[in-house]
Design a binder for this molecule. Sequence first.
Ligand code: AMP
Length: 407
Amino acid sequence: MAYYNKSRGSRGDKGSGKKRSSSFPYQNKARSGRRDFTASINPSKFISHASKSTQEVSYEITHKFTDFDFVDKLHANIKSRNYQIPSPIQDQAIPSILSGKDVIGLANTGTGKTAAFLLPTINKVYKNRTRTSVLILAPTRELAQQIDEQFRIFARNLDLYSVLIVGGTNIGRQISELRRSPHFIIATPGRAMDLLKRKNLSLESIGTFIVDEADRMLDMGFIRDLETIANQLPATRQTLFFSATMTPKIKQLTEKFLKHPDVISVKTADTSTNVDQDIIKVGTKEEKLDKLFDLLSQDEYEKVLLFGKTKFGVQRLSDTLTKRGFNSVAIHGNKSQSQRQNALKSFKTNRAKVLVATDVAARGLDIPNVSHVINFDQPATYEDYVHRIGRTGRGNATGIALTFVGA
Ligand code: AMP
């Protein structure tokens, strides 16, 4: 896996290159003007040619995994995962976390941020042998699930246990798992609040608090829950806080939650720079569907993420595609947790060629090798657009994003 920081492209508004400081140079950047795009986005913003070759600046990695003071079993798990070198966020965050510092990581999905926080915390808990010591909050069930999957891989043979505290699954089982004092609690804020209120979740012995995708959490209205949870944690904990953007609201939260943090920024996206973007003009609804069928029939449309606006629309579109003989699955908020997991698995393992999703359901998902992102319905904001197209063209690859617009 190659890692790059990109210098600013024509529309780049985000930080670039290796930066490490204790101030907040990134505020007011990515989110500014968010509401300006809600009404309708100028179609010209959906057209851009990939320009990665001239824009890339290699990040210089300063550590090898073997440089990190991890226990042997953890090193063995990293090795069997086949990670060769640390990613930039891992390279910078792991030494800080190992030294016990609070960390703000400005990084988006695809940068390796999950291992950046999991590896040193797994090491810490294994060495200290404390019970129930890490609380990880993630905005969506899928993201929490992905973190748990990675945890299980990295914690193999270490005798460490996790519990996944998310909605849509059996709460009774989660309660009995909590009673066994797992070392890692990986939760979405809603279900964590539920269990706190029922007094099944106690936060007294949390030594490490990790917030993943904080900006998404705020977008989804979890700020109160986040604050309530943080207020119940011991003051002496270590806090690791990850967000793709540093808005004034996020800055406020970090000032409340963290003490003298190291700030590490490895933001790569503007995803736009390695995604070929174009529009497709269509008149009627029928024309739109016909055009979609045409595209999906082409061989190069190998693994397509299709975005729709509403849960109902997404399901209907997926059903229509299935009827037309395309192998399609859907994820949206009306699906149960296990249905969403099954859909995601089919798509990841290439059994389904098309995944139809709403913005919320697709957030933060790590789906490798998406060949095309198609915006069947336009996104509500330009920022949503950037998140959507960020699902393709990951790592070193060039992706393709197409957006349907009215003729
Ligand atoms: P994340 O940003 O944590 O969602 O990770 C994105 C993808 O990168 C995941 O599939 C990870 O398994 C993978 N990954 C993370 N760190 C490394 C690494 N050092 N070497 C290779 N792959 C990695």
